[in-house]
Design a protein around this ligand. Structure first.
Ligand SMILES: Cc1cc2nc3c(=O)[nH]c(=O)nc-3n(C[C@H](O)[C@H](O)[C@H](O)COP(=O)(O)OP(=O)(O)OC[C@H]3O[C@@H](n4cnc5c(N)ncnc54)[C@H](O)[C@@H]3O)c2cc1C
Length: 507
């Protein structure tokens, strides 16, 4: 981290402008680069901001400093800027550039590797949450969370293809791609983006779309969060919603070989109207039998979903399974985590003081599979999960069918590099909030090891929304054949590398 001295701003009380100077701690002069901001610089910055500047003794600082994952709670920002407009974002970038301050951009705060955390200036976009709908298009503030998006568009019986967790930020999700139950019919979240407003490294506010700054527009869609600028507004094409028919089947892991083999064969024949995921959950109790869970659903097209499920049952006939089928209103299904909660409660406690969703401590990794796993691949996956269960450890693997509208687009439609994968895989280890870092480090290693064990059968690709800090060749894994083009665009829009990430696109 550059400019470690910035950390010593710990005592700053920025909301009280007049007390700024008195409370500025003494810190060593920087060894190189511009001088650190003086109290008068902070005061001037604060006066120009329309949003908020929160120092450590602000009432909301402690909870707003936290991200979704308690693994990163130790990384406390020196100061939080809550931008209320694109102009605030421009001002903030100007300030961090002038003093060469470390900073991070935060949407929903869900980054698996803490990319939206910093010991420096945290640029929180949560105030940019306005959502407007008209004529099949949604204009969404870049700080909005998926729950807000689904609820606001739900009024018009419209939606966008996106993920399943209400507290995830739209801007972070879109920039990594965006997988969800609508993607086989309507494409990835980034495929539905029509236009974006972004503040680039030089402080310019650009509008980019297929005609204006088309190269930047290409890169933003799937090239990874926070690498090319700060997004302030996103416009998406929407789709009309319909009832969601959802099947969940549960099967014992002891029948894993048959279930996994048949699920893959069946899944790859499905019409685009049907989405499915196979998950193996190991819950940390070696006495509790681990299970395989198959989800199969569709938005509308109930007959397709039922027919598909019956075909799966035929393939699995003779196996004991516990099956549940329900039809849901689209909004109830997408906001199922928020049942009985109002929109403020349907947030993490790090996003809103009324937030009731649970923070966790977690680590993950991912794979992309372009072909069906052969028997040896199924065996490797199942053995690893059985071993994890015997050890009494927590772990999960989620295989999610891709294809459909995702694969129907040309390979270089946008920067998302794994368009032709058959399945994505997510390796996960989710622990209670505040679990020990030594446990989390072991879990992260296990998730990464799963990727290593499956390397003979995977494409080598990894999903940018499930970042794994242990991946040694991130350029190949995350960006594959798109890396050179992304580098060119990065050089054009961020030649000094203001937006830096350890596994990010290098200038
Ligand atoms: C519980 C959970 C459920 C999930 N479900 C899904 C799912 O269903 N489908 C799926 O595809 N993914 C899913 N994800 C992964 C998720 O998409 C990524 O973690 C995503 O990066 C989160 O975005 P965020 O804004 O919440 O996180 P943040 O940590 O705030 O941001 C992630 C990255 O984007 C950058 N960023 C955020 N906002 C902006 C902005 N306005 N401008 C520029 N850069 C910005 C950040 O700096 C960071 O680098 C899930 C993750 C979790 C933890």
């Amino acid at each position: 981290m550059q400019r470690r001295q910035f950390l010593t701003l710990w005592g700053l009380s920025l909301p009280l402008v007049s007390s700024c100077a008195a409370r500025l701690p003494a810190f060593p002069a920087p060894s190189a680069g511009p001088a650190l901001p003086e109290a008068s610089d902070w005061q001037q910055f604060q006066q120009q901001l329309h949003g908020q500047l929160l120092g450590h003794d602000h009432d909301e600082f402690v909870w707003r400093a936290k991200s979704a994952n308690s693994r990163f709670d130790q990384q406390v920002p020196a100061v939080i800027v809550r931008a209320a407009s694109s102009a605030d974002v421009q001002l903030t970038l100007q300030f961090v550039r002038r003093f060469n301050l470390p900073f991070a951009i935060r949407g929903g705060g869900h980054s698996y590797t803490g990319l939206s955390g910093t010991a420096g200036l945290l640029l929180d976009l949560g105030l940019l949450q306005q959502i407007h709908y008209a004529d099949g298009q949604a204009r969404i503030g870049a700080g909005a969370k998926l729950g807000d998006v689904y609820a606001a568009l739900g009024v018009y019986q419209q939606s966008i293809p996106a993920g399943s967790c209400a507290s995830v930020g739209i801007a972070g999700l879109m920039q990594g791609g965006g997988l969800g139950i609508a993607d086989r019919m309507h494409g990835l979240t980034c495929d539905a983006l029509l236009e974006a407003e972004i503040v680039t490294a030089d402080g310019q506010l650009l509008r980019c779309n297929a005609n204006q700054h088309a190269d930047l527009f290409w890169a933003l869609r799937g090239g990874g969060g926070g690498q090319l600028g700060v997004l302030t507004e996103l416009s998406f094409r929407t789709f009309p919603t319909a009832t969601v028919r959802n099947y969940i089947g549960r099967y014992p892991l002891t029948n894993g070989e048959q279930v996994l083999t048949e699920w893959q064969r069946w899944a790859t024949q499905l019409p685009d109207t049907v989405w499915t995921q196979l998950a193996i959950w190991v819950n940390g109790d070696s006495k509790d039998a681990a299970e395989i869970q198959i989800r199969c659903c569709g938005i509308g097209h109930q007959a397709d979903v039922t027919q598909a499920w019956q075909q799966l049952e035929n393939r699995l006939s003779g196996l004991w399974g516990d099956v549940d089928m329900q039809d849901h209103l689209y909004l109830d299904f997408m906001l199922s985590d928020c049942k009985g909660l109002d929109s403020n409660q349907c947030k993490l406690p790090s996003q809103h003081d009324a937030g009731k969703l649970k923070r966790v401590a977690m680590a993950g990794s991912s794979d992309m599979f372009n072909k069906i796993l052969p028997a040896a691949g199924c065996q490797a996956l199942l053995s690893a999960m059985r071993k994890r269960a015997q050890q009494g450890q927590i772990g999960a693997v989620l295989l999610t069918l891709m294809g459909g509208a995702i694969a129907a687009k040309p390979r270089d439609f946008n920067a998302f590099a794994h368009r032709h994968a058959l399945f994505s895989a997510q390796y996960l280890s989710i622990h209670p909030e505040h679990s020990d870092e030594s446990l989390l480090a072991k879990s992260a290693a296990w998730c990464h090891q799963m990727r290593y064990q499956m390397r003979r059968w995977s494409s080598g690709g990894a999903y940018l929304n499930y970042t794994d800090g242990l991946i040694k060749h991130p350029a190949i894994a995350y960006y594959a054949g798109h890396y050179a083009r992304l580098q060119q665009i990065k050089r054009q829009y961020d030649p000094q590398g203001l937006f830096r990430q350890r596994q990010g696109i290098k200038v």
